[in-house]
Design a protein around this ligand. Sequence first.
Ligand code: 13P
Ligand code: ZN
Ligand code: NA
Length: 283
Amino acid sequence: DIVSTKEMLLDAKKNSYAIPAFNIHNLETMQAVLEGAWEMKSPIIIATTPGTVNYAGLDFLVGMAKAGAKNFNIPIAIHLDHCSDVDFIKKCILAGYKSVMIDASLKDYEENIRLTREIVNFAQKYGATVESELGVVGGQEDERKVDEKDVLYTDPNVALDFIEKTEIDSLAIAIGTAHGVYKLEPKLDIDRLEEIRNKVYVPLVLHGASGVPEKSVIEAIEHGICKINISTELKMAFIKNIRKYLSENPSANDPRNYLTPGKEAIKKVVIDKIKICGCENRA
Ligand code: 13P
Ligand code: ZN
Ligand code: NA
């Protein structure tokens, strides 16, 4: 069956590797991620934003993840990504999600604690794990859009207080990454990451990993990042190959034909990221 992210992230922390969380949007993108993970014998996190839940339907997403867990003998978690709506999160947990992110990072500190705590209390009853964000990661993911000027790096001196008051399972931090593509190569604040890692005990999460150079991702993992979120790179790989196929086959109309090259492109990215994360053969 589908699992929470508890064991996989704690093992990643203990053994200094990371688990990638890939944002998917439909059957084909989910299959491509699961097939890549299966080939690499890696635990895997399937991430869906609230926008994806609304698009694909909660029961369809949970049903597909469960089918994946039945067909592929690897730990598979389905995770709700960046949700600020408490009722929506509870609905997903009731439908079978065992991993969620409450993103109240745009609210003030006390409100972030209060909302996160409410979700943790609820999730614990269902064996679901909770990720929450402290600081503000920039860029755009679905409707969540943060201007450069509103980015706020995570304060290492507040992180432990936040974790103790909320009892979250993992912490998303802001250290210089952003959602979407980068205009300039991002510079990660590794000193800050190291300081946070030395002060807290939960696995740390890096958002906005698309476009971050391989060496920076590896450095971040060496300094305590246990979960790497990737969305944009999968979307770009998918559409690039579908466009190419359609331009070479202008009369194509069978989704099974024109979506297959997209799936193959996603699978390649997935395999590549799993190697970078060091989670190959960890299933
Ligand atoms: P990217 O789109 O930059 O990969 O960010 C993904 C992410 O953080 C999902 O939560
Ligand atoms: Zn994110
Ligand atoms: Na990014």
